[in-house]
Design a protein around this ligand. Sequence first.
Ligand code: ADP
Length: 476
Amino acid sequence: RARRRRKWKKMVKVLEELEECCDTPVGRLKQVVDAMAVEMHAGLASEGGSKLKMLLTYVDKLSNGSEKGTYYALDLGGTNFRVLRVHLGGQRSAILGQDIDRQPIPQHLMTSTSKDLFDFIASSLKDFIEKEGNGLEQPSPRRRELGFTFSFPVKQTSVSSGILMKWTKGFAIEDTIGRDVSECLQLAMSRKGLDVRVAALVNDTVGTLALGHYNDEDTVAAVIIGTGTNACYLERADAIIKCQGLLTTSGGMVVNMEWGNFWSSHLPRTSFDIDLDIASPNPNDQGFEKMISGMYLGDIVRRVLLRMSEESDDFGPSSSKLATPFVLRTPLMAAMHEDDSPDLNEVAKILEVLELPDVPVKVRKLVVKVCDVITRRAARLAAAGIVGILKKIGRDGSGGIASGKFRSDRPSRMRRTVVAIEGGLYTSCTLFREYLNEAMAEILGEEVSSHVILRVMEDGSGTGAALVAAANSVSE
Ligand code: ADP
C-alpha cells in the first residue's frame, strides 16, 4: 500500500509540475503582449528582422459594401477544398446569396504534379459554374472574376499574384514551389476553356478580415485558430518600414503576420513542448502554433498522460497506444475535458480507445485536469497574442506602443474595435473560447475590453476572398 501511495504521489507531482510550468498569470500574459508588439515592429522594420514574417498582402482596400454583382472564390488550404459564388447587392451586409460546394482534396493530388492539382481545381470550378442559374445569377456579358484563397506561405507580388515559398499541411508538389500560383490557376482554367480572371490571391486570415470588415467597418484584425493558427491586421502603410515609400490609396495595408512562428522567452514552455518540437518535422519552427493550435493540443496532453502512466500502475497495464504520436486528437481531448458526469464516463470511454481500460475515477479526474491545464494555457496565450496586435495599433487602451509619452488610461477615448475569428478550436471548443474571452478581459481590464468584440466569421476565408476580388475588380 505504501508503494501504491508513493506512486500516486509521483503521478500527482507530474500534474503539479505541469500546472506550475503552464501558469499564465496576467503579469506573464502582459509580457507576452509586449513581446508580440515588439516582434511585430521588428518584422515590419526589416526583412528577416523577426520570427514574425509580417508579409505584405497588397490588400489596401477592403470592401466598402458598394460592390455589386456575382463573384467567385476558391478556397484551398486545409483538408477541404471549397468553391463559392457570392452575390453582392451593393449595400453593406447585402450578400444576397451564396452557394458553396465543399469536397475533400483527393489524397494523391497532394503529392502529384502542379498540373494535376490545378486541373482538378479548375474542373471543380467549371462543374460549379455549369450548374448555376438559380435565378439570382444575372446573365452578364462581363468576364467572371474570382478570389483565390490559398493558405500556404506565399510571397505576394501584387494583390492578385504571388510566389509559393513552400508547401505545408501535407502537400508536397515540387514543381509549384517558386511559381506564381495565380498563373498556375489561370493556365489551368484556360486549358478547361474557362474565361475567369483571378482578381485576388489571399490567405485565409485575409479572407476572414475582408468578410469581417464588410459586416462591420470597425474590424481591424482577423485570427484563425483551427488546425493551425495565424493572424492578419490592418497596418498603416508608413509603419511598414521595410517597404519604404509604399504607396497605397487608403494609406493602409493588410499585413499577414504568420504568427504561428512567434517566439518569446516569456512563453511558458514545458519539457513536453520541447519533446514535441524535437519530434516534429519542423523543429524550432512554428513555436507559438505548437502551444496553441488544434493540431498539437491533443498530443501535448498525450505526452503528459504517457509520463503519468509511466509513474503509476493506476492507468492499468502500460498502454502501447499512448506511446503513438498523435493518437489523441484534439477534439477527443476536448471531449474528455468537457465531461461533467460524476463518474467521468466519457473520459473512461476515450481512455478505453487508447487501450487504457479500468482507469479509476480519481485518476480520470487527473486526466481532466491535464486537459484543462493545456487548453487554458493555449487559450490565454492566444488572447495575449490578440491583445499584442491591439497594442501595436493603439487599440488596447494604453495609447499605443509608439506613443509612450502619451500613455495613460483614458478608456473613454477607446474606440470600438472588432476582431474577426475563425477556426474549429475557437468555434467548436466551448471551454477554449471561454478561457480566451476571460483572459482578454483580464489583460485589458473590464472597461477597455467592453469596447473589444471578438466576432466569429463562418466560412469567412472563402467569402472574404470573393469580397477582395470585388474590391479589386476591373469591371467595377
Ligand atoms: P482547418 O483549420 O483545418 O481549416 P477548422 O478551422 O475547421 O479547419 O479547424 C479544424 C480543427 O479544429 C481540427 O483539426 C481540430 O483540431 C479543431 N477542432 C475542431 N472541433 C473541435 C472540438 N470540438 N474541440 C476541440 N478542437 C476542435
